[in-house]
Design a protein around this ligand. Sequence first.
Ligand code: GUN
Length: 287
Amino acid sequence: MAAQIIDGKLISSQIKDELREKTALLKEKGIEVTLAVILVGEDPASQVYVRNKKKACEYIGFRSLSYELPAETTQEELLKLIDVLNGRKDVDGILVQMPLPKHIDEKTVINAISPSKDVDGFHPMNVGALCIGEKGFVSCTPAGVIQLLKRGCDGKINIAGKECVIVGRSNIVGKPMSLLMLRENATVTIAHSRTKNLEEVCKRADILIAAVGKAGMITKDHVKEGAVVIDVGINRGEDGKLCGDVKFDEVSEIASAITPVPGGVGPMTIAMLMNNCYEAALMHMES
Ligand code: GUN
């Protein structure tokens, strides 16, 4: 039987609509959620991402402050701007779009953002909080995967006690994904480029999460009958079309549920960023 499709476009719309309602209630109390978005340089993909983030803010009713800086901006200038935004009481979240030009050190920039405004969840304080199960901002893409699992298939996917295999160990997806699945009481394996017998390891999974960035590398030979398959990959195939890490056509014949690319994990990232901004505003209200 063909797999059920987990519709990320629909679930992300639901999350954004919930936020829109909650944001209207905050506005009635005179509170405005504000996200500062910083883009350095003219990378076309980054320009699209930033535009979409600003559009989502507008839809939900957040204020967005936009800083589009020239590629020659120095690290010092960028750090100065972050420092100013860190100090502003009317700014809840700060997002510096990556990648940055080569002369700017991304780690230094991430570390400069106040952890309480780090809505990307990239700051070591937030990563550490996730690691030890404390409150903090969680990286948006893995947080979105958890929402897909919880809200997809009419809420019928159970995570607790399941074998979960994550392929990929990046700081932004694979590692936080593993910690979130552990938090949900899955039994977690992280596979990567040096994993031996990848097919066998993946075949153990009740929930298989592919986050490698290699078009179509997960085939039917990696998937157990009835597994839930989440495809985090966004790649350009040979035909120029967007495609995931998973060979959708053949894997969807075996899996019980699967996310498509596009329209699966992708739309969830911005929805979770918006959720983090809302949470940041609540936190700042209390402090
Ligand atoms: N570049 C690609 N993805 C992301 C993201 O999630 N956040 C930021 N800040 N930059 C990115």
